[in-house]
Design a binder for this molecule. Structure first.
Ligand SMILES: [Zn+2]
Length: 98
């Protein structure tokens, strides 16, 4: 679970956080306030893009699949663990308490 920037409770599931983008608005399951993921989430897509790019350099289907899936997993983990959730309209990085 991920901590909500409004109520500081674990109101957002890990998978929901991984699936949303900086333009997606979701509601906290605890306080129902609107929030989204930081625009830093765009950077978390880089391993996935590298995996796709890397897959162009091989003709082995298993290697292509491995590169793309590992890139996708790494991107998902970065997004789920490292990218903060933010309140709607707030710039990221301004509320770094505790
Ligand atoms: Zn909340």
């Amino acid at each position: 679970m991920s901590r909500c920037p409004h109520c500081q409770q674990d109101g957002i599931s890990f998978f929901k956080k991984v699936l949303i983008g900086p333009n997606t608005i979701i509601n906290c399951t605890k306080c129902q306030q609107k929030l989204t993921i930081s625009k830093l989430a765009n950077w978390a897509a880089i391993p996935f893009l590298l995996g796709i790019a890397g897959s162009f350099f091989t003709h082995e289907l298993i290697l292509k699949t491995l590169m793309m899936s590992s890139g996708l997993i790494i991107s998902g983990l970065i997004k789920g663990f490292a990218v903060p959730l933010v309140k709607i309209g707030e710039t990221p990085g301004t509320d770094r308490g505790s």
